[in-house]
Design a protein around this ligand. Structure first.
Ligand SMILES: Cc1cc2nc3c(=O)[nH]c(=O)nc-3n(C[C@H](O)[C@H](O)[C@H](O)COP(=O)(O)OP(=O)(O)OC[C@H]3O[C@@H](n4cnc5c(N)ncnc54)[C@H](O)[C@@H]3O)c2cc1C
Length: 436
């Protein structure tokens, strides 16, 4: 039997691709979906922060279309950065022409200087940390006015403590030509991994895990994996049972998985205990009135706003809020080791008013705060050294640790679907292979 721990997208995708092999999914929550659940209240649907689908691989796109058909709608991104009391279209690095002239000059000359330095010294080694990568790639002005404060807020630490192996796919890196055109307000091509996205017409992102769960086979909800005995190959589950497994696909956060495994070397436990992450407090707001018309989400780099991003889900799906109302998701990042900030919702609402997102005619009907913990894994030298070794140690014991937190990475819904498919393929090949 193949046991799957966790019914998020990675676990559900694995289960859907294990057809023909005996398998069972164990999920500690009372519903499937993991981070892709949506909460319903009084006609509003709130994701655990906005979850927009960016499907870059044709085979995953085809699969999801076959599951959800016309339930998905495609939209073009309308995202902004709020700074200097105005909105700059995303991405900042090709749109800063709307900022005060001194800021435009600083951003443009900084970019040109950084570009020139790269041309003169082509042997610049790997940047040591995120701070250096930002300065080298975008120059001092873009760093100072957006990249550095935004990332510091999101990662909750100085950027010399964060490494930069995750940036290649997620941060748009325009050419000199594109930055100069942008500095003069000339519109260019679409940038970034998300210029268009898919989102369900009704009910929030949960329709995706719901559709997968129907095809995933045996799912045990409300049953947590408490420990994993790697010698007897038995799970200890919260319902008191001890099923035996031939292989385990785990989507639990890697440090948690390692602590729950009996039979791993002590050094592995110590190493896993050194992994770091941040949590996100997602304050969902139900509002009467139309909020920030035309904006899908807005980034907030400045430190006098408590949040780093605010999204208006009802601006990309009218099906998530009653007529005449708006559904907002607000994201506040916090170090996982610190206590939760008290009175966060009041602070969020006050800052939304100050930013001009909530206006006097708007009425907050209710708030629904959710803590996502872990939310973003910290990329640092320890992660780089220890995660590949831990994953390989587990794989040798037929434990495939996959997904955003299983592989301890910065990845999307599509990546989670791919990871589940990949793990199923590996196991199908190994368990059905008959030596000649
Ligand atoms: C703030 C934020 C915003 C995001 N926005 C987007 C976006 O817009 N677009 C996008 O593509 N991606 C987005 N993502 C990423 C996306 O949510 C994830 O990549 C994906 O949902 C991860 O799926 P998963 O199955 O790997 O993990 P999870 O969804 O975390 O699933 C793991 C499951 O394991 C269960 N579990 C944990 N412990 C146990 C246990 N002991 N026993 C049994 N079950 C257990 C959990 O309850 C959970 O259901 C976002 C992520 C975050 C944090």
């Amino acid at each position: 039997m193949i046991a799957i721990a966790g019914a998020g997208l990675a676990g559900l995708s694995a289960a859907c691709h294990l057809d023909g092999l005996e398998h069972a999914v164990f999920e500690r929550e009372r519903e499937a979906g993991g981070l892709c659940r949506s909460l319903e209240r009084d006609g509003f649907s709130f994701d655990l922060t906005g979850h927009l689908l960016h499907l870059r691989r044709p085979h995953i796109r085809d699969w999801i279309s076959s599951l959800l058909g016309d339930q998905l709608r495609e939209s073009s991104r309308h995202a902004f950065i709020h700074s200097h009391n105005r909105r700059t279209p995303y991405p900042f690095q090709v749109n800063f022409h709307r900022l005060p002239p001194a800021v435009v000059r600083e951003c443009l000359t900084g970019f040109v200087n950084a570009w020139t330095a790269r041309r003169i010294d082509r042997r610049q080694g790997e940047p040591a940390h995120l701070s250096e990568w930002i300065e080298r790639t975008f120059g001092a002005g873009i760093a100072r006015h957006f990249m550095t404060p935004y990332n510091r807020k999101m990662w909750c630490r100085d950027l010399d403590q964060v490494s930069c192996e995750w940036v290649s796919w997620s941060v748009p890196q325009p050419s000199l030509h594109e930055v100069v055109r942008g500095a003069f307000g000339v519109e260019g091509r679409e940038f970034g991994y998300n210029p268009r996205f898919l989102y369900p017409r009704r009910g929030g992102i949960r329709c995706l895990p719901d559709a997968l769960a129907e095809r995933a086979g045996e799912i045990h909800l409300g049953v947590a994996v408490e420990s994993i005995n790697l010698r007897s190959r038995r799970l200890k589950l919260s319902d008191g049972t001890n099923p035996r497994f031939d292989a385990l696909i785990s989507t639990l956060p890697l440090p948690d998985l390692v602590q729950r495994c009996e039979g791993l070397p002590e050094a592995a436990r110590r190493s896993a205990a050194g992994l770091r992450w941040v949590r996100v407090v997602n304050v969902n707001l139900a509002v009467r009135g139309e909020v920030a018309p035309g904006a899908h989400w807005i980034y907030f780099p400045e430190s006098d706003y408590v949040f780093y991003r605010v999204g208006v889900a009802s601006n990309f799906s009218q099906g998530v809020a009653p007529h005449g109302c708006s559904a907002l998701y607000v994201e506040v990042s916090q170090p996982s080791e610190e206590p939760l900030v008290a009175d966060l919702t009041q602070r969020v609402v006050a800052d939304l008013h100050r930013a001009g997102i909530l206006e006097p005619q708007h009425k907050v009907l209710f708030s629904l705060p959710v803590v996502i913990d872990p939310a973003y894994v910290i990329f640092d030298r320890h992660r780089r050294e220890c995660v590949p070794a831990l994953l390989s140690l587990l794989r040798d014991r037929k434990v495939h640790s996959i997904g955003r937190f299983g592989a301890w990475e910065y990845s999307s819904m599509e990546d989670a679907l791919m990871a589940g498919q990949g793990a199923a393929r590996v196991l199908k090949a190994s368990l059905t292979h008959v030596p000649a």
